[in-house]
Design a protein around this ligand. Structure first.
Ligand SMILES: [Zn+2]
Length: 405
């Protein structure tokens, strides 16, 4: 009888472990980091994401280059004519009509577990109607304490969405200039990268990581020029944007500037300066929430881009979403055994073989450990010489997580 109870109990645990949400999202926000300085700085931890990312160093700001309106767009998926924020006082905000990401996601999945860790209090106090389960305020510019708070959130087995925000780069720009030739500004970017590395390591160290699929988004809100931002210069508007995971294409986007809705001034929402066809393929702020939302609610079949009651402005960058990534691909790749010890078989590579595309295996730090061009639908990979751990197998635009034991 005891044995039977034990069996039933284990089975229930097994069921519960699979009924919880496996698609999870980490958003890292780094304030005030212009693209040229970000590319020049030594940022190994964030760079390690690029091999598994859709990313761009030419993401162009399409609104008001203040922090308030920028983060409002990043966290709601709508432009400032809808969320209403045009300054850092958040006057005129309309978050009841256009709520932030956790509130939108919970309309579909009420049990999602969502946290914010932020060094700038208005992200918690003034971006209202945001149904975060936990809100953690950290001293402005503190950097490593922010990482430590984010790590505590990532130790919660149930977390589904974490937004962690770092302000040190922006603060350094305001006191010493936003410039790639300012070593203090470059150092601040590198310090934040080190803190982000700690957060990412905590993510990879989750006991349940092998059964989870994380989408990691890293984004800045604006650049800067001299000691300031808020205007429309390229130094203020050219930013960068990273989405890493196995449901995004692994590609760099080099994109012409689609223009800005604040080309007249910061009180009139002006559509005449924006090239809407360029905007369709440009990675912009409003895409962050739409992509994250699409990922969190993916199995509901709802496409947030076209849900009328949400009226979002951003695009989803997930593979197979409408709009951005219409790709020919091998949708039925299977990988077995997984976990693997020794010989790994990959089958279903019809398209890859026909197009002579490389099949590549990446370790979690972004290093390519194996590459081959398949000559038939099946390949086998001898994994004996690879270190134990989690790898991503990339076949064209499709990727699969592999555990090597
Ligand atoms: Zn800012």
């Amino acid at each position: 009888m005891k044995a039977l109870y034990a069996t039933v109990f284990l089975s229930l645990q097994f069921l519960f472990s699979f009924s919880s949400q496996n698609r999870k999202v980490l958003i890292i926000g780094i304030d005030g980091t212009r693209s040229d300085a970000f590319q020049q700085a030594n940022t190994p931890h964030i760079d390690a994401l690029l091999g598994t990312s859709t990313y761009s160093y030419s993401s162009w700001h399409t609104g008001i280059t203040w922090s308030g309106p920028s983060w409002s767009t990043i966290l709601t998926g709508v432009n400032w004519n809808k969320h209403g924020v045009t300054n850092n006082n958040f006057t005129g905000s309309n978050f009841n009509q256009y709520p932030p990401l956790p509130t939108l996601a919970k309309q579909i999945k009420p049990n999602l577990n969502c946290s914010i860790v932020a060094e700038w209090d208005p992200l918690i106090d003034d971006i209202t109607n945001a149904s975060w389960n936990r809100m953690v305020k950290v001293a402005d510019g503190s950097n490593f304490p922010t990482a430590d708070s984010a790590i505590i959130e990532l130790q919660n087995p149930d977390i589904d969405l974490l937004f962690a925000y770092f302000d040190k780069v922006d603060l350094t720009g305001h006191t010493s200039t936003f410039s790639p030739s300012n070593p203090l500004y470059i150092n601040a970017i590198q310090d934040v990268d080190s803190a982000v590395g700690k957060v990412l390591n905590a993510l990879y160290a989750r006991p349940t990581y092998a059964n989870e699929d994380w989408l990691i988004l890293v984004v800045t809100d604006h650049g800067g020029s001299s000691f300031f931002h808020g205007g429309n210069s390229n130094a203020e508007r050219q930013i960068w944007w990273i989405a890493s995971g196995d449901m995004v294409a692994h590609q760099q986007i080099t994109q012409a500037d689609p223009g800005t809705y604040s080309c007249g001034n910061n009180t009139v929402f002006d559509t005449t300066c924006v090239d809407l066809s360029l905007l369709k393929t440009s990675p912009v702020h409003a895409d962050i929430t739409v992509t994250a939302l699409h990922y969190l609610i993916y199995d509901s079949g709802i496409n947030p881009e076209t849900r009328p009651e949400w009226n979002l402005d951003g695009k989803s960058w997930l593979i197979n979403s409408t709009g951005v990534n219409e790709l020919a691909e091998d949708k039925n790749i299977s990988v077995f055994p997984n976990p693997v010890e020794g010989e790994l078989t990959v089958s279903g590579l019809k398209f890859a073989a026909a197009k002579q595309m490389s099949i590549e295996l990446f370790s979690m730090d972004g290093k390519k450990v194996f590459s081959t061009v398949p000559v038939s639908e099946n390949i086998s990979i001898n994994t004996e010489s690879f270190a134990k751990g989690i790898y991503l197998l990339k076949a064209g635009k499709v990727s699969k997580k592999i555990v090597i034991e």
